[in-house]
Design a protein around this ligand. Structure first.
Ligand SMILES: [Zn+2]
Ligand SMILES: [Zn+2]
Ligand SMILES: [Zn+2]
Length: 305
């Protein structure tokens, strides 16, 4: 929510999903975000803005000390995210002058409609050295798929690699990709496909394991890399009984017959949504990414105290 402040500035309130990190951002009304297509910005789907000096203020005890930093390559910049929930908050360039050194991911701001903002694109992928992809060397996903296509990919640091046996190329429309503006998807910036778990194989190194985040009713387990913070996949309804699922406050669930409820419950338990942004060689631009407007669907997200 933006409060009106002097000099036409607005004060925006932001936080990581779990609330461990909280900040205000005071600057002219945000009308545009900066998107970069480099290996890390693309995976995190950052929506950057560059605040003026003093524009970013963390709440006491809820600041950078709560975050984990990730650096790579020439280590000219650190990407800071919440190690509990994975929300990417800021990037800081080490050798840049004040006012040009900090970028804030406005996906962490509450009540900012990212989809309504203008987008300024930056071709970070063209900057040398080029990102080297991390090969997946584990077994293929167990599903047998006729005329399928095998995509592989990884989080940014390569601690987790994965393979996805799709029902065909994304460009052929065989696998749908969705973005969502609910409190967690908006912060994660994920572009998700929803295959059955048997179509996916995930391999994680002990030195850079996946960690996971659950909230609310614990209906979903958001798995992200503990080292680079990139969201990789989501388990739906882990350890949630059919009876618990039937208590979901969404009116769609309430209207279902017991048979429908059981079918959707089993389907959800068997799927493993994956972040397509982690896959290499996806034909981006040749297929439509669906936007799911679930911001206001129940239960309502409340900023943790
Ligand atoms: Zn958090
Ligand atoms: Zn970038
Ligand atoms: Zn990683």
């Amino acid at each position: 929510m933006a409060d009106t402040a002097p000099q036409d500035n607005q004060t925006y309130h932001g936080n990581c999903h779990c609330g461990a990190v909280k900040f205000t951002l005071t600057l002219p009304t945000i009308t545009m975000i900066n998107e970069c297509n480099c290996s890390i910005c693309f995976r995190k789907n950052y929506a950057w803005i560059f605040p003026p000096v003093g524009g970013l203020v963390f709440q006491e005890g809820r600041g950078r000390e709560k975050m984990k930093g990730y650096e790579f390559g020439g280590k000219s910049m650190v990407h800071e995210f919440c190690p509990t929930c994975g929300t990417g908050i800021m990037g800081k360039r080490h050798n840049a002058p004040a006012g040009m050194d900090i970028a804030v991911n406005v996906r962490a701001i509450n009540d900012l409609d990212i989809w309504s903002l203008k987008v300024n694109t930056f071709d970070g992928a063209a900057i040398e050295p080029a990102y080297v992809t991390h090969p997946y060397t584990g077994p293929e996903p167990e599903a047998v798929v006729e005329n399928g296509k095998l995509y592989t990919g990884s989080c940014h640091c390569g601690g987790t690699t994965m393979a996805f046996k799709s029902r065909g190329a994304f460009s052929e429309g065989k696998e749908k990709v969705h973005e969502c503006n609910c409190s967690i998807c908006n912060r994660d910036g994920t572009s998700l496909a929803y295959p059955p778990a048997s179509h996916v194989a995930v391999s994680t190194s002990p030195s850079a394991p996946l960690t996971h985040y659950r909230f609310g009713r614990h209906y979903q387990e958001h798995r992200f890399c503990s080292v680079c913070g990139v969201p990789v996949c989501t388990r739906k309804l882990p350890d949630v009984s059919l009876e618990e699922f039937s208590l979901h406050p969404n009116p769609i669930v309430k209207e279902m017959t017991p048979e429908q409820l059981k079918a959707i419950y089993e389907k959800m338990q068997n799927m493993l949504p994956i972040n397509v942004r982690c896959l290499d060689g996806v034909e981006w631009g040749s297929f439509e990414v669906a936007k799911g407007d679930y911001k206001d669907s129940p239960p309502e997200y409340e900023v943790p105290a």
